[in-house]
Design a protein around this ligand. Sequence first.
Ligand SMILES: Cc1cc2nc3c(=O)[nH]c(=O)nc-3n(C[C@H](O)[C@H](O)[C@H](O)COP(=O)(O)OP(=O)(O)OC[C@H]3O[C@@H](n4cnc5c(N)ncnc54)[C@H](O)[C@@H]3O)c2cc1C
Ligand code: FES
Length: 351
Amino acid sequence: MARPSLFQRATVTRIVKESVDARTFVLAPHDGPISYIAGQFCTFKVTVDGTELYRAYSMSSAPETDGELMTTVKRVPGGAVSNWMHDNLGEGDEVEVTRAAGRFCLRETDVPLLGFSGGSGITPILSLAKSALATTNRSVRLLCADRDADSVIFDTALKELAQKYPGRLEVIRHLDSTAGFLDAEAIKTFVGADGHGDSYICGPEAFMEMIELALPGPGLVHSERFGAAAPIPGETVEATPDTVVTAPVQSPSPTEAAVALGDVNITLKRKKKSVPRKEGETLLESARRAGFTPPFSCEAGNCATCMAKVTAGHATMRANQALTDDEVDDGYVLTCQAVPDSESITVDYDQ
Ligand SMILES: Cc1cc2nc3c(=O)[nH]c(=O)nc-3n(C[C@H](O)[C@H](O)[C@H](O)COP(=O)(O)OP(=O)(O)OC[C@H]3O[C@@H](n4cnc5c(N)ncnc54)[C@H](O)[C@@H]3O)c2cc1C
Ligand code: FES
């Protein structure tokens, strides 16, 4: 099988200023519409000062309600890509984007949707809200925290949605500048005594942890971490009164037990390098140790930016939320998650 095409070019057709430091980039992918589910993200490849960088950006559009593909990017102080996009991307420019990925998505249910956003975390939550309002009878209640009034994103869009779906969308705004940081009491008050609903949380890490702990349950809790690390197999990564997410454990390969340490042979951009295999090291880490600058973004098994093909040997992925079964059968791995369990292994980023 030919290498599954991961990146495609897309033209920025429109740029919308959403707040002092957030812009929506409307994209027209060259190979036709990107198929996605509300709440998913694409990974962007951009070249900043001669270096290729990869970053994930969630869709603020929803497939059921928007004809255009939109991502909304907030400047991160000192951040390479977010600032480059704000300062350099203009209408008519091109970027490279992956197919959509991610599991921060709606399930089939009638229970209320409770959304908790901090700053740019509103992006996938707006997408989920649009989708739920358009395709179900669910009520949607959002608690949106922002630094100050100038930082608020999607105020008009959410007001328009509330008018379009009378009685079904409630948006509570919280400004740190006037009320300090949100706390557990505020979360419990927002959720109410019965805690009924599926919760979707996206924002800065401390904000998310506070809400995960404060949610009284019952109800499922979905969290999207903009800077998440990969869970360790079998380890419980998140526990709330009603949510326990455990990283999948893959069965050991026949060669896994106490294999000798051979070499990791890597091809990237037609250059070949080898390094001695190190126990427990991912293929991505080996490629870096070999002196390559391999592609990666989430390092959590979510985006497929680090995909490569194992052409000899065997590796087991700690997590895989991005490759299809067919791609895995064809030897593709997420190098950020794949740990060799054969003595030597050969991996090709170009195939
Ligand atoms: C699934 C997912 C979806 C996402 N969706 C969105 C979205 O919809 N909208 C959005 O705006 N963002 C989103 N993000 C976040 C986005 O991918 C980027 O992480 C974000 O834009 C910051 O990237 P950057 O290149 O600007 O910053 P980076 O260059 O990655 O820097 C991040 C921070 O680290 C600091 N830093 C960088 N290098 C160093 C160093 N050497 N020493 C010390 N500090 C350093 C920077 O100052 C900055 O504060 C998402 C992330 C994920 C994983
Ligand atoms: S870097 Fe995202 S799956 Fe590996």
